[in-house]
Design a protein around this ligand. Structure first.
Ligand code: PSU
Ligand code: MN
Length: 303
């Protein structure tokens, strides 16, 4: 038996057949600084509700998967400094020994599927890191998208990554990358990476139809919906690019590796932009939450 606890709000949503949107918790514990992380988590939940769906933020507490967190649980996670960042590799093992953990995109997808939730909003997925040819650092998020049937709405992949290689890896794994009303693959803080996006869709119904059709055809895995950051919050590529390069150099000099790479780089970029990247990050997560709610509603409607 998988220890899985659904919040009263999530159970009520299931009863009433309301659309649910999964939200991750690594962005809370490792992606954003206190107290903006808690504010953002609450704001994003509110955004999902305002867009007509019910949010289910996912985390592991004392070895149990929680689908939907109350305010106290969210606050405890947001303030925790030692909480584990759980991905596919360590999710079950940490649960088995009764620990707490936040869930990455990969782990949140696994938990969402177990809970019967088909749509998930995040900021940016993990991917192929720059220098992966030497470090072999490729996020488990990519393999998860290849095998777990959840549609993930993100602002592309984080611009700290090697985006051409990330797109190639997604194609190899058979993951549809769907540009939301765009022909270009977004780059998290910037609306475009300069790389073409393999697919384009214009309505939540189209995304929902593709999600259902994949399942009906027995094609495993999910979909990545790539939703560009709103214009007003974008940091142009020319501005963020050199800052990311500098952050990567610092990370290398400091010998940062493994799970620490992504949080370290996000923090350095935040410092370098004097908080502008933080505002952008919050805006894009909210934007993704809104779109995910629309897709969840389309999936919940009779086909
Ligand atoms: N998006 C954000 N901030 C984050 C992350 C995504 O805006 O902190 C997290 C996600 O949980 C993602 C993880 O799954 O970073 C990727 O980490 P890694 O590269 O170690 O797989
Ligand atoms: Mn990694």
């Amino acid at each position: 038996m998988v220890p899985i606890v659904k919040s009263p709000a999530v159970l009520a949503a299931e009863q009433a057949n309301l659309p649910l949107v999964a939200l991750e918790s690594t962005i809370v514990t490792h992606g954003l600084p206190w107290p903006r992380n808690l504010e953002t988590a609450l704001l994003v939940e509110e955004t999902v509700r305002a867009a007509g769906a019910i949010p289910a933020t996912i985390a592991v507490l004392r070895g149990q998967i929680h689908i939907g967190l109350d305010r106290d649980q969210l606050e405890a996670l947001a303030q925790a400094t030692e909480v584990h960042k759980l991905s596919r590799a360590d999710l079950a093992a940490r649960m088995a020994i009764g620990q707490d953990g936040s869930t990455t995109v990969a782990a949140t997808m696994i938990c969402a599927r177990l809970a019967g939730i088909e749509v998930f909003a995040t900021g940016g997925i993990g991917g192929v890191h720059r220098g992966a040819e030497a470090s072999f650092d490729i996020s488990a998020d990519l393999d998860e998208l290849a095998q777990t049937p959840v549609t993930v709405v993100s602002a592309g992949a984080k611009a700290i990554l090697d985006l051409p290689k990330t797109l190639e890896a997604l194609e190899t794994r058979g993951v549809p990358v769907i540009g939301w009303r765009t022909d270009m693959f977004p780059a998290f803080w910037s609306r475009s990476s300069g790389l073409a996006c393999p697919l384009r869709m214009e309505t939540p119904e189209e995304v929902a139809r593709a999600h259902r059709l994949r399942a009906a055809m027995g094609i495993p895995g999910g979909q990545l919906v790539a939703n560009p950051i709103p214009d007003a919050h974008e940091i142009p590529r020319g501005v963020i690019g050199p800052l990311v390069d500098a952050a990567l150099k610092t990370a290398e000099e400091a010998g940062i590796s493994g799970k620490d790479v992504t949080p370290y780089l996000l923090e350095r970029v935040l410092e370098a932009t004097e908080g502008r990247s933080l505002e952008a990050n919050i805006a894009l997560v909210q934007n993704n939450a809104r779109l995910a709610a629309g897709i969840a509603a389309a999936l919940a409607a009779p086909s």
